[in-house]
Structures are given as structure tokens and as C-alpha cells.
Design a protein around this ligand. Structure first.
Ligand code: FA5
Length: 350
């Protein structure tokens, strides 16, 4: 074999064996096999050779060319493999056979109570609705019989946004939409409206052991022909006995809310102090938990339902307070504290 060809072969082998990056290989390819590469130059120069030399030289150069191409290919495959192995080695290890670590997290107590209430109400034929946290003045107030400048607005110190919308101060904000959504089925097919809608509420409150500026409520409505206060009391009692699974003292007293008539405050005997009085119940022994009442005719009318034909009840359960009572949480502020030590004690007892 020609001296030049042997030299080139050795060079290629040497350079490729020391190549550690794809760039190094590409340089070898270009300088030997590229348009201006050494092997290409040998092939081009063959035209100047004598006819008897051409055949043997041509065969050797072509062998060298095939050898160089194969070596370049082999080396880049090798580097790719090394790169993949490097990436795998850097990936976090994950052993699917290792036992599950059950200490990693748990549901928030409010989520647990909310899910439990949803299960209870679903079993009684209620649908569960979702509703935005940013709503209009109409949805939160006007549609539920609280016109602009009505003093009842002072009961909820509301966060207004610059665009005129507001952060939902009560889940009642969804009532009008629910009445409009299910009203047609009620009127055309006689299907009662039975819906609950849990959600986060916001009020500019001075916080204490039983008041937060961000808390959860769960609203419920039922509308049909001949719905009365007895229906309301039945559903409230069923819900509370299912949630607590023990006898608890409740009291119903008159309460004013513009969207119900008559309206009630449903209080439960404080389970933190057993009714003796403590900061969690503002030392009264009772905790306001679930205001409720018969839906005001104006609210039904605004929702497209004839109050002469249909009646209904509504309630606004304080989910956060329910979680406090169920789990014996003395201070409502613990629930939003993000303290894992406080929150990880609670488990679903379903
Ligand atoms: C209302 O928000 C009415 N929309 C409830 C209602 C619905 C009445 C349907 C009638 C018919 P109130 O402001 O009282 O009412 O709040 C309802 C419940 O939410 C309270 O009983 C309490 O359990 C809870 N709650 C209210 N404010 C706070 C707060 N700052 N922190 C924690 N829970 C609160």
C-alpha cells in the first residue's frame, strides 16, 4: 500500500481514538472526507497518475475512504452511548420496588371536611358545583337582594378590584347562576334544584381565633314545589350527624340575611370547650356555623323562578369552622399557617 495512504490511515486512527467530543469527530470527518479533505484530494489527484498505477492506487484510496467513514461512524456512536450513560448517571434514582413512604403528605383538614360534606350531599341527590373566586357585584350582592348602598353590605367588608369586580365574600354569589342553570329542568321536567357549591371566601376581617380573612364556605340550595323549613332542618340535621357521628347540641335562632325570609342562624355547641366558653367561640359556648333560611322571593324571581309556584331553602355552611370543630382545632389561623406539624395530624376517617 502507498506510503501516503498508510500515513493517513494511522493519522485518522490516532485522532479518532483521542476524540472526546462530537466536535472532534466532525473535524476529522471534514479534514479527511470533506470536499477539501486529504482523502478527497487523493481521489482528485488520480487523474494525473499513469494508467497502470491508477487501478491499484484507486482501490487503496477507496478502501481508506470506506475505513475512515466507518471509523467516524463508530466513534460517534461510541460517544453518543457515553453521553447517554452520563445523563442516566446524573438522573435522580427512583426505585419502584421501594415501599411507599406514607409520611410524605396528607390532605388539608378543610379538604377532608369538604369532601366528606360533598359525599353526604351527593348521597342525598345534590350536585356539586364549582364557581369562580372573582365575581361581579351583581352576582355577589344585587342578584341576591342586596342592592347598591344597602346597609347589609356592611356585614361583609369586601375586597373590590380596580376593574369593579370583587373577591367573593360569600358563596351565595353563585346562587343566581345555579338557579338559572337548573331552573329550566325544574320548570320543564319537574326536576328539583338540589346543589351545593363549596368555595373560598375573602373578607377584610380583623382575624382572631374564629375569624380569618380567607375562609371556606359551602352553600346549598334546594328549590321545588312545597319546600318548607322542615326540609331545611332535615338536611341540616342529617349533614351534621353524618359529619360528627355523635350527638351535638345545635340551636336555631332568627337571623337576618337579605336573601332569605325567614332567616336563621344555626349554631353548634362549641366542641373545643364543651360549651363552657373559650376564645374559639368568643367565650359564648356557641359557634355560628351555618346560617340558613327560605330563599327570598326576590332571589327566586331574579333567578328566573316563579316564587308563587316554587319555594326553596338555602344555607351557607362555614366549612373552615366545621373543620375546626371536627378536628378540635382551637385557632382558625392554624389552618392557613402552612405549618406541616399542625396540619399533618389529620387524616380522612372515611
Ligand atoms: C353568609 O355568608 C351568608 N351568605 C350565609 C347564608 C347563605 C345565609 C344562605 C343564608 C342562606 P355569614 O357572614 O354569617 O353568612 O357567614 C356564614 C358562615 O361562614 C359563618 O357562620 C361562619 O361559619 C363562616 N364565616 C363567616 N365569616 C368568617 C370568617 N371571617 N372566618 C371564618 N369563617 C367565617
Amino acid at each position: 500500500m502507498d506510503e501516503k495512504i498508510l500515513k493517513l490511515k494511522e493519522e485518522i486512527e490516532k485522532k479518532l481514538s483521542s476524540a472526546s467530543e462530537p466536535d472532534d469527530i466532525e473535524k476529522v470527518r471534514v479534514s479527511y472526507l470533506g470536499k477539501k479533505g486529504s482523502i478527497t484530494a487523493l481521489l482528485k489527484g488520480m487523474k494525473d497518475l499513469a494508467a497502470d498505477q491508477k487501478k491499484a492506487f484507486g482501490a487503496d484510496v477507496n478502501k481508506l475512504k470506506a475505513f475512515a467513514a466507518e471509523m467516524v461512524e463508530k466513534k460517534s456512536e461510541e460517544l453518543k452511548k457515553i453521553q447517554i450513560e452520563r445523563e442516566i448517571a446524573m438522573m435522580p434514582t427512583f426505585d419502584i420496588t421501594s415501599p411507599v413512604n406514607t409520611d410524605l403528605g396528607s390532605y388539608h383538614p378543610i379538604t377532608l371536611v369538604q369532601r366528606q360534606c360533598e359525599t353526604i350531599f351527593r348521597s342525598m341527590g345534590f350536585t356539586v358545583e364549582d364557581y369562580p373566586e372573582v365575581v361581579t357585584d351583581y352576582e355577589c350582592f344585587e342578584a341576591v337582594n342586596i342592592p347598591k348602598h344597602h346597609p347589609a353590605r356592611d356585614m361583609q367588608d369586601t375586597y373590590y378590584l380596580e376593574n369593579g369586580q370583587l373577591l367573593k365574600s360569600q358563596t351565595t354569589a353563585a346562587q343566581n347562576a345555579i338557579l338559572k342553570k337548573y331552573g329550566p329542568a325544574l320548570k320543564e321536567k319537574g326536576v328539583p334544584i338540589k346543589a351545593i357549591f363549596p368555595g373560598r371566601c375573602f373578607r377584610n376581617e380583623a382575624t382572631d381565633a374564629c375569624h380569618e380573612n380567607t375562609f371556606f364556605q359551602m352553600e346549598g340550595v334546594m328549590v321545588d314545589k312545597n319546600i318548607s323549613i322542615s326540609n331545611l332542618i332535615y338536611f341540616m340535621k342529617t349533614m351534621l350527624s353524618e359529619v360528627f357521628r355523635k350527638d351535638i347540641r345545635v340551636r336555631l335562632r332568627p337571623g337576618f340575611f337579605p336573601f332569605v325570609e325567614p332567616g336563621f342562624e344555626l349554631d353548634i355547641s362549641c366542641l373545643i370547650c364543651g360549651g363552657e366558653g373559650c376564645p374559639s367561640c368568643k367565650h359564648s359556648g356557641w359557634l355560628e356555623l351555618c346560617p340558613c333560611g327560605m330563599i327570598h322571593p326576590n332571589v327566586l324571581r331574579e333567578g328566573g323562578i316563579d316564587p308563587e309556584e316554587y319555594t326553596g331553602f338555602a344555607f351557607g355552611l362555614g366549612l373552615t369552622r366545621l373543620a375546626m370543630m371536627k378536628y378540635g382545632i382551637k385557632d382558625i389561623r392554624d389552618l392557613n399557617s402552612g405549618s406541616l406539624r399542625a396540619l399533618s395530624q389529620f387524616t380522612d376517617d372515611e
